[in-house]
Design a protein around this ligand. Structure first.
Ligand code: ZN
Length: 157
């Protein structure tokens, strides 16, 4: 019954793996972080540039399994142009989908877009870390940038 949907999801994942979006490094990034998943050997370098409270550019360079690389590619597509608060909400939704096994709202699924294709990963606990690597790396980048902007302008209201 679910096989055609599975095939569709597999196609989406393979497409992002073979043709990763926003691949590379942002020039003059505000933040750059690295992530590593020792269980699978997945590696990731994430860089982003902010404009105000928006993610103007986000790029990823990485290597590893199809799940880790496809997740990163889809993530950059969804996060680019979003506010920092929206980006954090996406992280929470994606982690909720894979880790907490909770029912996402329709709004959350809409925001995740193609990332829904990775929901099936939750049946393979060893791959969950692959799918989450880029999200944890992004979270670290957002935390670093929040820290930095506090230091840069001390009179933020
Ligand atoms: Zn992996």
């Amino acid at each position: 019954m679910a096989s055609s949907l599975d095939d569709l999801y597999k196609d989406i994942i393979l497409d992002h793996y073979r043709h990763p979006r926003n691949r590379g490094q942002v020039e003059n990034p505000d933040v750059a972080t690295r992530g590593y998943n020792p269980l699978c050997g997945d590696e990731m370098q994430l860089s982003l540039r902010l404009e105000g409270d928006r993610v103007a550019e986000v790029m990823v360079m990485g290597r590893g399994c199809s799940i880790s690389q496809a997740s990163a590619s889809m993530m950059t597509e969804r996060v680019k142009g979003k506010t920092l608060a929206e980006a954090r909400q996406l992280i929470a939704s994606f982690k909720g989908m894979l880790l907490e096994d909770r029912e996402l709202s329709d709004e959350e699924y809409d925001a995740l877009g193609d990332l829904e294709a990775l929901e099936g990963v939750k049946s393979y606990p060893v791959r969950i870390k692959c799918a989450l690597l880029c999200w944890n790396t992004l979270l670290e980048a957002l935390d670093l940038s929040a820290h930095k902007s506090h230091k840069d302008d001390g009179n933020e209201s």
